[in-house]
Write a protein that binds this ligand. Structure first.
Ligand code: NAI
Length: 283
């Protein structure tokens, strides 16, 4: 199967990054969100990221413009009608994703693969909202997408071998390293990572150390490139909470219980970098 045209649904931090790497790999790309204002914000993020690549001498100004020229904005899912692959990257809520997959199933051509960038939700359940569960797969990119090498690939119960192979090959074309993982809550990446992030938030909640203290201990002590609280701010605290809820409900194990401080920050609208305030202040 030959993939030529890709639609990315959701133009937030992940969707814009995925659209960028798709266009960089030479694919015709459609970037979709609820309205064009949001899509244009996503396109601005892509422009800034590509400008940095130009500054670093990794691409030329002409290549930057060619890449941008391959990305078309969209505020209608009907634009999936001539796409070979759709990668969904909207908010981490099953009801929102389920509705989008059911709609995409009606619009996208029968051969099209429907992929989700979900951090933790069951691929099998998302696939069950369509009449093509064998063509639904998890394609979990890391943040920031243009810089991070990993793509965790998750097969649902019914995902076909052909679809898996197409997505594995596509990940390599996007200059990523694909790793296969089973369809369990949080897969491998977030099952491990979010426990650490949640524990760091519990440390803060209990007054064990300051925000900076906790992050410095983990950075210098474990040789991590950034501390868990800074990483939570980068991921988005709403997304961190959503993933912890999936882990907590999915395994029924209290070790995943989200810290009340995280819930409070999300209720306050302190979602991290994207809102200018999280554990750190970005304004
Ligand atoms: P975000 O909050 O930056 O973007 C979400 C986007 O979805 C927003 O632009 C919103 O307008 C759009 N959206 C919401 N409902 C929609 C609908 N019905 N139709 C079209 N667009 C809609 O979130 P982010 O961080 O980009 O996360 C997106 C997905 O990627 C989530 O499933 C998340 O779990 C996953 N993910 C997030 C990572 C992170 O570090 N933030 C890393 C890997 C995966």
């Amino acid at each position: 199967m030959d993939i030529k045209k890709i639609m990315v649904v959701g133009a937030g931090q992940m969707g814009s990054g995925i659209a960028q790497v798709a266009a960089q790999a030479g694919f015709e790309t459609v970037l979709h969100d609820l309205n064009l204002d949001i899509v244009n914000k996503g396109l601005e993020t892509i422009k800034k990221s590509l400008a940095k690549f130009v500054e670093k001498g990794k691409i030329t100004e002409a290549e930057k413009n060619e890449i941008l020229g391959r990305i078309k904005p969209s505020d209608s899912l009907k634009n999936a009608a001539d796409c070979d692959l759709v990668i969904e990257a909207v908010v981490e809520k099953m009801e929102v994703k389920a509705k989008i997959f059911a709609e995409l199933d009606q619009i996208a051509p029968p051969h099209a693969i429907l992929a989700t960038n979900t951090s933790s939700l069951p691929i099998t359940e998302i696939a069950a909202t369509t009449k093509r569960p064998e063509r639904v797969i998890g394609m979990h990119f890391m943040n920031p997408v243009p810089l991070m090498k990993l793509v965790e690939i998750i097969r649902g119960l019914q995902t076909s071998d052909e679809v898996y192979q197409v997505i594995e090959e596509l990940s390599r074309k996007m200059d990523k390293v694909p790793v296969e993982c089973k369809d369990v809550p949080g897969f491998v990446s977030n099952r491990v990572l979010q426990v650490m992030i949640n524990e760091a938030i519990w440390c803060l909640y209990e007054g064990v150390a300051s925000v900076e203290g906790i992050d410095t201990i983990m950075k210098l002590g474990m040789n991590h490139p950034m501390g868990p609280l800074a990483l939570a701010d980068l991921i988005g605290l709403d997304t961190v909470l959503a993933i912890l809820e999936v882990l907590y409900n999915g395994y029924g194990d209290p070790k995943y219980r989200p810290c009340p401080l995280l819930r409070q920050y999300v209720k306050a609208g302190w979602l991290g970098r994207k809102t200018g305030r999280g554990f750190y202040n970005y304004s």
